[in-house]
Design a protein around this ligand. Structure first.
Ligand SMILES: NC(=O)c1ccc[n+]([C@@H]2O[C@H](COP(=O)([O-])OP(=O)(O)OC[C@H]3O[C@@H](n4cnc5c(N)ncnc54)[C@H](OP(=O)(O)O)[C@@H]3O)[C@@H](O)[C@H]2O)c1
Length: 297
């Protein structure tokens, strides 16, 4: 029986498919862009071509499946909360129809709070859509992806600054996507758990932005400083970079939620939520080559 991955070309989906294939599992992938996943098909994944919005695609993928990994794509439309919930409800109906035993939902810290958390507002309805139909659902409530620093490469390469609205003393969990993929693979292949569970995925330690800046300074070999700015500055800068107003508003809402503690994890840090990759390791192996390339160009 196969394990179905709905976003095999994503930051988490891709390493997750690779880990499952490497451990000898049967993997079915859903992709609307087969050319982007042809390497995974060569490695043994079965492709169902189509959109995750399409019932026939979901049915074709989930027939005979034992487990589903469901990740809601980042927002690409103003009604993203309704869209993500509707698409998840349709997938959940297919899970029920095909008797899929386990669902693992990629969620986020803060998902427990629902509306008012920007893009994360979509994830509570998505968790609930699967819990409504399946007795065995694990929501992986991940912390801030270390990969988000890749969005700051221009500022890191030029001024050596990272900007946000969060108070310099506020700590939050930062996790590498490779570790989230490892955790997802563990949970998907473990047939012993039952029930509805929320599992934190928190990286090795909670960090403040100034602590992260100090780590990046060491790893990048050049000074990095945290600059706290206002939420309106962030909104203006996102719009200035060409983001549509609704998207800048959604991310501004999320940054406000982080600042005010509404994105704090509901699940306390524990041995189970702590994952190994440090920010220093991520910065040295993933971020530095990209920053160096921008500096050289
Ligand atoms: N960033 C953070 O700090 C953070 C923290 C916690 C949780 N999260 C959550 O993590 C998720 C994002 O994960 P990620 O970074 O792994 O995502 P990602 O890399 O952006 O991948 C999203 C994938 O969705 C696929 N996709 C989009 N629309 C589709 C459709 N209609 N049919 C089929 N595939 C479709 C895309 O496929 P193509 O490649 O074919 O376009 C893409 O590969 C979000 O739900 C976010 O809320 C993020």
């Amino acid at each position: 029986m196969s394990i179905v991955i709905n976003t095999p070309n994503g930051n988490i989906g891709r390493p997750l498919v690779q880990k499952l294939l490497a451990s000898g599992r049967k993997v079915t992938i859903i992709s609307r862009n087969p050319e982007k996943v042809s390497d995974l098909v060569k490695q043994g994944a079965k492709l169902v071509q189509g959109s995750i919005e399409d019932k026939a695609t979901l049915d074709a993928a989930l027939e005979g499946a034992e487990a589903l990994f469901w990740l809601s794509p980042p927002p690409t439309r103003p009604d993203f909360v309704t869209w993500a919930a509707n698409v998840a409800q349709q997938a959940a109906a297919s899970v029920k129809a095909h008797g899929v035993k386990r669902v693992v939902v990629l969620s986020s810290v803060g998902a427990q709070n629902g509306p008012g958390t920007g893009p994360v507002s979509a994830l509570k309805p998505v968790e609930e859509a699967f819990k409504a139909v399946s007795p065995n659902v694990t929501s992986l409530r991940a912390g801030f992806f270390m990969e988000n620093f890749l969005r700051d490469v221009q500022a890191l390469a030029k001024a050596g600054h990272i900007y946000n609205a969060t108070a310099p003393e506020k700590t939050f969990p930062m996790v590498a996507v490779a570790d989230i993929a490892t955790k997802a693979a563990e949970v998907l292949t473990d047939a012993s758990w039952t029930g509805h569970r929320n599992l934190g995925v928190h990286g090795p330690q909670d960090l403040t932005y100034p602590e992260a800046a100090a780590i990046l300074t060491q790893a990048l070999g050049r000074p990095v400083k945290y600059m706290q700015v206002g939420l309106e500055d962030l909104r203006g800068s996102m719009k200035g970079m060409g983001l549509p107003a609704w998207m800048a508003d959604a991310f501004t809402e999320m940054y406000g939620a982080i600042k005010e503690g509404r994105m704090d994890p509901a699940e306390p840090r524990s041995k189970e939520t702590t994952t190994p990759t440090t920010l220093a390791q991520f910065a040295a192996t993933v971020l530095k080559p990209v920053v160096d390339q921008v500096r050289a160009s």
